[in-house]
Design a protein around this ligand. Sequence first.
Ligand SMILES: Cc1cc2nc3c(=O)[nH]c(=O)nc-3n(C[C@H](O)[C@H](O)[C@H](O)COP(=O)(O)O)c2cc1C
Length: 108
Amino acid sequence: MIRLLYFSTANADVDAAQVNEIAAVSAQANAQRDVTGALAYNGRNFCQVLEGEDAVVRNLIAKIEQDPRHSGFKIIDKKSVDHRHFAEWSMKLVSDLDFSTVINAMNA
Ligand SMILES: Cc1cc2nc3c(=O)[nH]c(=O)nc-3n(C[C@H](O)[C@H](O)[C@H](O)COP(=O)(O)O)c2cc1C
């Protein structure tokens, strides 16, 4: 299993309602793929952690990277893990201004 962290920048027309929508749709889709994680949005940037089987997360990331709702996609960290930090969350939406909840998960 892997845990992966990336940053990106929301496109100018993305608002809080759209982020809620992304999180809700993702939560459903991730549950079917056995992917867990958290999505942080501070009004401008996204920071997301995804956890799951390597191939599943890799395929998902390839899709997310192409999503026109954001740009400047950059993977910050990726590692093998044997447990989930967000086991209870198929996609937890975090709207703190700072990204520590998500970033600190990489060290969990
Ligand atoms: C910031 C951001 C985070 C996203 N996170 C996820 C996610 O965790 N899971 C997911 O299925 N889609 C996520 N998406 C949506 C995907 O980019 C894509 O729209 C979705 O996988 C549907 O793809 P499909 O049309 O091929 O089914 C995210 C999009 C953005 C902009």
